[in-house]
Design a protein around this ligand. Structure first.
Ligand code: 13P
Length: 254
């Protein structure tokens, strides 16, 4: 059975104290209210990672993740953070290929393939984000774009390595816009992604791959989205910044 995950992506929000206090609320609520098998991942800015990982010790439903990592193992890259450093904080996951990284920092599929390799080598589980822009959807290129992102970013891996990935489908037009993909639109793409994984790695690997939906997901639409057969949870931006909102989404799996 593949893992059901609700992951929060704080993006560039929360100073150190704010982050700690938000996270404390989240783990207490998870402990008190979450009865299902879903797993919670909180992807914070780098400055919080070590403290959050420390707070999360003993809570087996909660893991910590970073939002980016450099592709090199180490070296003269002023201002960058390596996968090994992230792993040393106690974080287990790293978001790679978020559309904001692709858009504002020019991250390409080729670069992301390298980042995925380095993350895996350092025992981090990548949450690999893919998704089309509005223009690509309007011109009906979305399937082709998704396929290329998947192939170029992750299909160089062998089956065992690929099995460590979480895929996140985040249509760019739905991120932070309040416009959510309908559950039918999201399911259509998730099913397509799983079929591509079947073609490359076979049924078993595909059935075990967790595929998350991200883009204006909230407590109101989560139930419908998470009810789809190929949607295994969510990657939550704005709504992960308030503990109650985030937990209400997590609880949609209960
Ligand atoms: P929103 O939930 O704010 O739309 O952001 C989604 C996202 O980008 C998660 O990575």
């Amino acid at each position: 059975m593949r893992k059901k995950i609700v992951a929060g992506n704080w993006k560039m929000n929360m100073d150190y104290e704010e982050g700690l206090s938000l996270f404390s609320e989240v783990i207490n609520m998870v402990h008190d209210e979450v009865t299902g098998k879903q797993h919670v991942v909180v992807c914070s800015p780098f400055i919080h990672l070590h403290s959050l990982a420390h707070l999360a010790k003993g809570y087996n439903k909660v893991s910590i993740g970073a939002q980016n990592a450099h592709q090199a193992e180490s070296g003269a890259y002023t201002g960058e953070i390596s996968a090994k450093m992230i792993h040393s904080t106690g974080a287990e996951y790293v978001i790679l290929g978020h559309s904001e990284r692709r858009q504002y920092f020019g991250e390409t599929n080729e670069l992301l393939a390298k980042k995925i390799d380095t993350a895996l080598k350092n025992s981090l589980k990548p949450i690999f984000c893919i998704g089309e822009t509005l223009k690509e959807r309007e011109t009906e290129k979305h399937f082709e774009v998704i396929k290329t992102q998947l192939e170029e970013g992750s299909f160089h891996l062998d089956a065992e390595q690929f099995g460590k990935l979480v895929i996140a489908y985040e249509p760019v037009w739905a991120i932070g816009t309040g416009i959510t993909a309908t559950s039918a639109q999201a399911q259509e793409i998730h099913m397509f992604i799983r079929k591509e994984i079947v073609k490359k790695y076979g049924q078993e690997v595909a059935e075990n791959t967790t595929i998350l939906y991200g883009g204006s997901c909230n407590a109101k639409n989560a139930c419908d989205l998470f009810g789809q057969p190929d949607i295994d949870g969510g990657l939550i931006g704005g709504a992960s910044l308030k503990s109650r909102d985030f937990l209400d989404i997590v609880k949609e799996f209960n």
